[in-house]
Design a protein around this ligand. Structure first.
Ligand SMILES: *[C@@H]1O[C@H](CO)[C@@H](O)[C@H](O)[C@H]1NC(C)=O
Ligand SMILES: *[C@@H]1O[C@H](CO)[C@@H](O)[C@H](O)[C@H]1NC(C)=O
Ligand SMILES: *[C@@H]1O[C@H](CO)[C@@H](O)[C@H](O)[C@H]1NC(C)=O
Ligand SMILES: *[C@@H]1O[C@H](CO)[C@@H](O)[C@H](O)[C@H]1NC(C)=O
Ligand SMILES: *[C@@H]1O[C@H](CO)[C@@H](O)[C@H](O)[C@H]1NC(C)=O
Ligand SMILES: *[C@@H]1O[C@H](CO)[C@@H](O)[C@H](O)[C@H]1NC(C)=O
Ligand SMILES: *[C@@H]1O[C@H](CO)[C@@H](O)[C@H](O)[C@H]1NC(C)=O
Ligand SMILES: *[C@@H]1O[C@H](CO)[C@@H](O)[C@H](O)[C@H]1NC(C)=O
Length: 431
């Protein structure tokens, strides 16, 4: 008999059991078209803040126009096929509204400026990918999308304060780093680099994430990320060293968009170590978060490791989406059983309908998007997270539900090869 280390023996037994008795993880719960349509409508009505507009655009790409999402792993077509134009219309409408508003509110100003005037230096950049896509597909009609995107890019580099080692601040007024940044800025830098064939921008997307991780990862809390560090609070937002669940999910989800953008680019083979790091860092956040899941509710607490905070379906949805994405992009299946549990809970129904949604389609219970310590209702970002979860799960199912049992549960990202070897040994021993 082949001698395996102890840990692999344990894994091998568990694997055989899972494979023999649970060949298919249940996937019954699913949203109907009319439920999805309600969620899209609530999101459209509710999204007004810059980060909500950017997140809505991204969710619509992932859910309704896959070929134009970075998760398609291709450089998008410069022409919009007729069967996709209605799916892209609301994305282009966000871009157009924002860019037109810019000239309207700022007069004839050109030069470095955010897409929307805001105290956050990061949030307006989240709309950047939609603006870049509008330029790329020639939506034109007299609106200077390329110029607006360039001004937003230059604003980040030239006008926003930075740490001494180069991390771009999340705020305009002072250097303050928020986990949310990872979803707002690096995906824009990377997409700009993809569409202008500029590797240094893609590399900088990676570098910004690396810097943010250095500041926010809390090694005294098993690598959960803090929410807000640095800064002296001149403009009203105090530091928040707590491990805000949505912030951890923003970070992991932003990293995956950058990872997918690198994979879509001509620089993919040149940037394999950056891809490995991003995959490791996503897995690191999942590894930090899932042990804190309340297994009664299958929801995270608003602050992952503070059990006196309320249960939050928003972060639960976004983090689950990252599990399907990491599985699809990198074959890391470890947390799929947890993600499936969360998804099935979020999409579960009783005789009066969806248990975790109001009758008109708002997710509940959720953190107040305008006051991160408080429970709220009618959260636009949470509706976007649900679409991203549904999109990621659907892509994963269409790809054959690979690793549905979390086949590599005892592996780490770098343990994947070892785990695969153990799996084949298991089968050889059985048959
Ligand atoms: C979920 O439901 C939608 C709408 O009925 C359907 O198109 C889709 O195929 C279903 N997805 C899965 C994975 O069953
Ligand atoms: C549009 O059509 C193309 C090919 O004709 C197909 O591959 C694609 O999946 C369709 N997209 C949508 C959103 O239906
Ligand atoms: C345009 O700017 C105004 C004033 O700041 C704001 O109320 C409105 O929502 C903006 N519209 C869009 C489409 O961004
Ligand atoms: C706006 O800027 C353009 C280009 O610099 C210039 O040609 C135009 O006259 C300016 N318009 C106004 C109203 O200042
Ligand atoms: C705008 O799109 C064109 C192709 O239509 C591309 O050549 C150019 O690089 C794009 N500009 C930006 C800033 O993305
Ligand atoms: C890439 O983008 C950076 C930042 O805008 C710019 O300084 C550099 O000139 C660009 N490189 C190329 C090759 O276009
Ligand atoms: C998990 O949620 C249940 C139901 O709300 C609650 O009773 C329980 O205290 C929670 N678990 C922990 C560890 O807080
Ligand atoms: C269904 O779930 C909702 C939300 O938890 C609850 O308010 C309602 O009472 C439940 N209805 C039934 C018939 O169990």
């Amino acid at each position: 008999m082949v001698k395996l280390p102890n840990a692999l023996h344990l894994g091998h037994g568990a694997l055989c059991t899972l494979f023999l008795f649970f060949p298919q993880y249940a996937s019954a719960q699913n949203l109907t078209d009319s439920q999805v349509s309600d969620i899209e409508s609530r999101l459209a009505e509710g999204a007004t803040h810059p980060w909500e507009l950017g997140t809505r655009a991204q969710a619509l790409l992932e859910h309704n126009a896959q070929a134009f999402s970075v998760f398609s792993l291709t450089i998008p077509s410069t022409s919009v096929p007729s069967n996709t134009s209605s799916a892209l219309a609301p994305v282009f409408s966000i871009a157009k509204g924002v860019v037109n508003n810019r000239t309207a509110s700022n007069g004839n100003i050109t030069g470095p400026q955010p897409l929307v005037a805001d105290d956050s230096a990061a949030d307006p950049a989240s709309i950047g990918p939609a603006v870049l896509l509008a330029n790329w597909t020639n939506q034109g009609d007299g609106v200077d999308y390329a110029g607006a995107a360039l001004d937003q890019l230059n604003f980040l580099y030239e006008k926003v304060p930075k740490t001494s080692d180069g991390a771009i601040s999340h705020r305009t007024g002072e250097v303050q780093l928020w986990s949310d940044f990872v979803y707002m800025v690096p995906p824009f830098l990377a997409y700009y680099g993809l569409l202008t064939n500029n590797q240094s921008l893609i590399t900088d997307a990676y570098t910004q994430i690396k810097l943010y991780r250095n500041y926010l990862r809390d090694t005294s809390a098993d690598n959960l990320w803090a929410h807000i560090v640095l800064g002296t609070n001149p403009d009203g937002v105090a530091n928040d060293p707590g491990h805000w669940s949505t912030g951890n999910a923003w970070a992991a989800a932003g990293m995956l968009r950058v990872l997918a953008t690198i994979q879509s680019s001509p620089f993919a083979s040149d940037m394999s170590s950056e891809q490995d790091d991003l995959a490791d860092w996503v897995f690191e956040i999942q590894t930090a978060m899932y042990p804190h899941l309340n297994t009664t509710t299958n929801l995270f607490f608003n602050y992952a490791d503070e059990m006196n905070t309320f249960p939050d379906a928003a972060s639960t949805a976004l983090l689950a989406s990252t599990v399907y994405r990491l599985s699809l992009l990198r074959g890391v299946h470890h947390f799929l059983p947890d993600a499936e549990k969360c998804r099935e809970t979020l999409f579960s129904t009783n005789s009066s309908g969806l248990v975790h949604f109001s009758s008109d389609g708002w997710l509940t219970p959720v953190v107040n998007p305008n006051s991160f310590g408080d429970e709220g209702s009618d959260s636009p970002e949470s509706e976007a997270f649900i679409l991203e979860l549904q999109a990621a799960w659907t892509d994963w199912v269409n790809d054959g539900s690979q690793g549905a049992n979390g086949a590599l549960r005892f592996g780490s990202v770098h343990g994947v090869t070892v785990a695969l070897a153990a799996l084949s040994v298991s089968w050889m021993l059985l048959f």
